[in-house]
Every structure is written in structure tokens, then in C-alpha cells.
Design a protein around this ligand. Structure first.
Ligand code: AMP
Length: 399
């Protein structure tokens, strides 16, 4: 693909957290897109960047207008410029007169960031007219926004249909995410262990179903474990249980049994009498939790058992924390699992951390560089692993 002297429009994910003074508090996503941006600059492109930031349409001002002061991508310019080591121009609109004029004047080696794509009402509906206007800005389209690849938005999917196959491509981050997901899905080295946690079974149903076809061991922790434990006849007190998923929990376990897949549930739990950091807490068997108490973390016996399984694995997927890890009193189980994943990786296993909160946990512990790959796209990675088609990927792959 030719990039020299071309205007290249790259869709990235700069949806970064900001503090009350609109300073970027975590620049991981900006850093994630740097390799692609730098490569385009090295190849002599004029680089036009677009992204969304937050949910401006959901958080309108009292008079019903967009809160541009809060959601403008101008907040990202100083950090981006600092990380790139060169000035970054900013357009006050996404496809309007300012964007058009600045794109026209943009020279090879220069960088222009467009205003928040979600200021445009057609962005989230995947509007063709908007996508056409975006496409008109550039010769080549690059999609490096893995985090939004599961959305069929104008800037992530529709736009690609306006570029022929030899004028659109994935960015380096997107390529890396896809390659890592495929490494897990296609002929992984065995034994394969999937660790699934987080709050709800309902969010991870499709993933669990897919994992039964893929994994040798499935470790289930976090809030979702209690739906399984209750389904198996355990007493779970006030733990998080989805009554309407009890039958599904039985079904999944039966399917796993038929396929010879081992399912591990936490034998014991750290239980608390309130959903609070300073609640009273005790260790209890997970199937014998008194009324008024709830399981907020896996217990020490479960952590030891899970860690053993993890350390004996050759391929590991981790999605979701083992407990309410945001509260230090209930973060121990998640931390033990993170350490076991890091240790297994050191001993030659391939490990993919694919999900928002397990990513936060691995970062919290400073272990991100001791696992094989940390995905930047929670929801998108989940969908990819479930086997659902991602519009952002399809749009590039289809002609
Ligand atoms: P998810 O986004 O589905 O991965 O869920 C992550 C959330 O699950 C985190 O905010 C955790 O605090 C929460 N969580 C983990 N374990 C439990 C538990 N035992 N009870 C309630 N919430 C939990």
C-alpha cells in the first residue's frame, strides 16, 4: 500500500480518562496507537487522526446541547504531542469547514487531530452520509481502534466501504490484537486454561460456551461463581446470584463434563457482612455461606488450587477479576491469580489478558510486562473470542 505523500485517516481509540481539570490520567490508549502513527509519519504520510472521547450524547448539558468543553479531543493534544515529539494540529470539527481546511493544508510528516467523532449525530448510527464526508478527507483509511471494533459506527465500519481494498488497512495495534486472539483460538498449545471472573454470568455466557469447545480447564471466580455454586445446590447467602441463569449454569457444566473439560469453582471464599471495604470478613466454604454474608473474593484454598492449574498450563486466557479487587480487602485472590499467570508465562506458557478489569488488575500489580499480551479492548476482545463478527474488522477485510 502506498503511504508516501498520501493523506491518511487513522481511526484510533483515544477514549482516555480525564481528571476534573481535563488532564489525561492514563495515556495507555494514546501510547497504544503511537507505533501506527509513527510508522505513517516515517513513510511520508500526512496523518489525520480521529477518535471518540466519552459519551457526549448521553451526557448532554441542561439545555440539551453537547458539552463540548468536557468532551473535546483538544484535551488530548498536549499529551499526544509530547509522546510523538512533534506538534499536533487540532480541527474544531470532525468533517466541517475547519477539518476540511486543515486537512487541505496538511503536509506529509504533519499530524492533525479531528474533533470527537461522537459530536456527530450520525457516528453511532453508522450514518453513510457522515462516513462519506469522513472518507472524503483522505486517500487511505487505517483502522487501529480495536477497542471499538465491535461497534458498527460511521468512523469504525461504514467509512471503510468508501475505500477500495488497496486503500484501507489495519493499524499495528489492531493487527497485534487480532494475531493474539487468533493464537489462542487456533491450535493453542495444551493444556489450555481459561480463567473467567467478574460480576455476572449473563455477560460471559457466550464466552463460556465457546471456551468449553476450546479449553481443557475453565476456572470460574468472581461474583459469577456463586450462580454456579447455587445451581449445584450450595448455600450462597447474600452473594451475587442470577436466579434466571441457574439452569444455564447446570447446562454449561453438563456440556463441559461431556467434553471432558474440567470446571473449577472456588472451594472457599472471603465472605463479608456488607459490600464495603471495611466490612467484617471471614473465610468460608463457598457452598456454605451464612445468610447475611456474601462472597467477595476467592478464599486461600481456591487461590492455591487455581494457581496450581494455571502453573501447569501452556496456554492461558484471563478475563475478569476473582473478587471485588477495587477494595484492597478483597483483591488478594485476583492478585494471586495474576502472579500465577506471570509465573506460568515465565515458564514458557502463552498468556492473554483479555478484558477490562483483569487488565486493570495486572497493571495495578505492575505485572503487565510479565504476561504474553494484554489486550487494549475489553468488549471487543470478548466478542472476538466468542466468535462474533466484529464490524470494524469485517469492514476492512471485505472488499
Ligand atoms: P466484569 O466487568 O464482568 O469483568 O466485572 C468486574 C466487576 O466484578 C468488578 O467491578 C468487581 O468488583 C466485580 N466482582 C468481582 N467479584 C465479585 C463478587 N464476588 N461480588 C460482586 N462483584 C464482584
Amino acid at each position: 500500500m502506498k503511504f508516501k505523500d498520501k493523506k491518511v485517516l487513522i481511526r484510533v481509540d483515544f477514549n482516555v480518562p480525564l481528571d476534573e481539570n481535563f488532564q489525561v490520567t492514563d495515556d495507555t490508549r494514546i501510547r497504544g496507537a503511537l507505533p501506527s502513527i509513527k510508522r505513517l509519519l516515517e513513510r511520508g504520510s500526512a496523518v489525520i487522526i480521529m477518535s471518540h472521547l466519552g459519551r457526549p450524547m448521553k451526557k448532554l448539558k441542561e439545555d440539551g446541547s453537547i458539552d463540548k468543553e468536557r468532551f473535546t479531543l483538544a484535551h488530548v493534544v498536549p499529551r499526544l504531542s509530547q509522546l510523538l515529539g512533534q506538534p499536533v494540529q487540532f480541527a474544531k470539527d470532525t468533517v466541517g469547514p475547519d477539518a476540511q481546511a486543515k486537512v487541505q493544508a496538511l503536509k506529509p510528516g504533519e499530524v492533525l487531530l479531528l474533533e470527537n467523532t461522537r459530536f456527530e449525530p450520525g457516528e453511532k448510527t453508522g450514518d453513510k452520509e457522515l462516513a462519506q464526508k469522513m472518507a472524503n478527507l483522505a486517500d487511505v483509511y487505517v483502522n487501529d481502534a480495536f477497542g471499538t471494533a465491535h461497534r458498527a459506527h460511521a468512523s469504525t465500519a461504514t467509512i471503510a466501504s468508501f475505500f477500495p481494498k488497496d486503500k484501507k488497512t489495519f493499524g499495528l495495534l489492531m493487527e497485534k490484537e487480532i494475531a493474539n486472539a487468533n493464537k489462542l483460538l487456533n491450535h493453542p498449545e495444551r493444556p489450555v486454561t481459561a480463567i473467567v471472573g467478574g460480576a455476572k454470568v449473563s455477560d460471559k455466557m457466550l464466552l463460556l460456551d465457546k471456551l468449553i469447545d476450546l479449553a481443557d480447564n475453565i476456572i470460574i471466580g468472581g461474583g459469577m461463581a456463586y450462580t454456579f455454586i447455587r445451581a449445584n445446590g450450595g448455600h450462597t447467602g447474600n452473594s451475587l446470584v442470577e436466579e434466571e441463569r441457574l439452569a444455564l449454569a447446570i447446562e454449561l457444566q453438563e456440556k463441559a463434563h461431556q467434553k471432558g473439560v474440567n470446571i473449577y469453582l472456588p472451594i472457599d471464599s472471603i465472605i463479608a457482612d456488607e459490600f464495603k471495604e471495611d466490612a467484617h470478613s471471614l473465610v468460608a466454604q463457598s457452598d456454605d455461606i451464612p445468610d447475611g454474608w456474601m462472597g467477595l473474593d476467592i478464599g486461600p484454598e481456591a487461590a492455591t488450587q487455581f494457581s496450581e492449574v494455571i502453573k501447569n498450563s501452556k496456554t492461558i486466557l484471563w478475563n475478569g477479576p476473582m473478587g471485588v479487587f477495587e477494595m484492597p480487602a478483597f483483591a488478594g485472590g485476583t492478585h494471586s491469580i495474576a502472579k500465577a499467570v506471570a509465573e506460568a508465562t515465565q515458564n514458557g506458557a502463552y498468556s492473554l489478558i483479555g478484558g477490562g478489569d483483569s487488565v486493570a488488575a495486572i497493571n495495578q500489580l505492575g505485572l503487565a510486562d510479565q504476561v504474553s499480551y494484554v489486550s487494549t479492548g475489553g468488549g471487543a476482545m470478548l466478542k472476538f473470542l466468542e466468535g462474533s463478527p466484529l464490524p470494524g474488522i469485517q469492514a476492512i477485510e471485505e472488499g
